[in-house]
Ligand binder design. Structure first.
Ligand SMILES: Nc1ncnc2c1ncn2[C@@H]1O[C@H](COP(=O)(O)OP(=O)(O)OP(=O)(O)O)[C@@H](O)[C@H]1O
Ligand SMILES: [Mg+2]
Length: 232
């Protein structure tokens, strides 16, 4: 579904992503695990059209993304949950979801999608009139994931959803991602948290200094956890 080849991203002289190749097949959950500064957010931004790569080819279902602005990529079915969540803190949970559903231009569908998010995260329904910025970190991440789902994506790209969250809350996010995967959504999970990623993903790329160092099935990596310590 998503094919990235030869992706290079530079910030001035600094090489952030170096001839990277990753792919995400339809129906897969693919994890891209890497430490601080490995290039995760840069790749996510390149997928979203928010950074101009120095080189590389990105295709989605065979369509070349290169010349497409962000909103066209959303229309194709790519949705990004950015690092830091990207929600509007003074607006209510409900308003955040309505705004995220705006591109659908279909209020009935948008309302159905909101209800679906509330089924997945019942705590958000309880808090739906509360300013999003007053929720706990975990609940804010649930809002961010829900916002990402409002455009009815086929591919959900998440940039470090576990950032700053307590282990129990990370577990809940993991559960939600597995649930989405089991319902056919394709997911690309960019994470520093290898444990979360292994518990969710089918396949994992391990990233360091902007390049893939290792690639394996999550089940095989779990059998050999030292490899994660060694590579990250
Ligand atoms: N706008 C920028 N200008 C200059 N350098 C940048 C810029 N954005 C990122 N970098 C550098 O590129 C490298 C990769 O950054 P990136 O944010 O993609 O990594 P990351 O894996 O998302 O890290 P983190 O886990 O901290 O979010 C880092 O060394 C970072 O300092
Ligand atoms: Mg990042």
């Amino acid at each position: 579904m998503l094919e990235i080849t030869d992706l290079t991203i530079r910030y001035g002289p600094f090489l952030a992503v170096d001839h990277l190749a990753i792919s995400v097949g339809a129906g897969e959950i693919v994890g891209i695990v890497g430490p601080n500064g490995a290039g995760k957010s840069s790749i996510v931004k390149a997928i979203g059209g928010l950074v101009q790569p120095k080189s590389g080819r990105l295709t989605f279902d065979g369509t070349d993304l290169q010349s497409l602005p962000t909103h066209k990529r959303v229309e194709l079915g790519i949705s990004i949950v950015p690092e830091g969540r990207g929600l509007f803190p003074r607006m209510s949970v409900d308003e955040n979801l309505v705004i995220a559903g705006d591109p659908l231009e279909d209020r009935a569908k948008s309302s159905r999608n909101i209800e679906r998010c509330y089924e997945m995260f019942p705590i958000l329904k309880e808090r739906r009139w509360q300013p999003a910025g007053t929720l706990s970190g975990g609940q804010q991440q649930m809002v961010a994931v829900s916002m990402g789902l409002m455009s009815d994506p086929r591919l959900l790209v998440l940039d470090e959803p576990s950032l700053g969250l307590a282990p129990i809350v990370i577990g809940e996010i993991g559960k939600a991602l597995r649930w989405l995967g089991s319902h056919g959504l394709t997911v690309a999970l960019f994470e520093q948290n290898a444990k979360l990623t292994c518990s969710v993903a089918d396949r994992i790329y391990i990233l360091a200094s902007g390049a893939v160092r290792h690639h394996n099935r999550a089940a095989d990596l779990l059998k050999d956890p030292e490899i994660l310590d060694h590579l990250m």
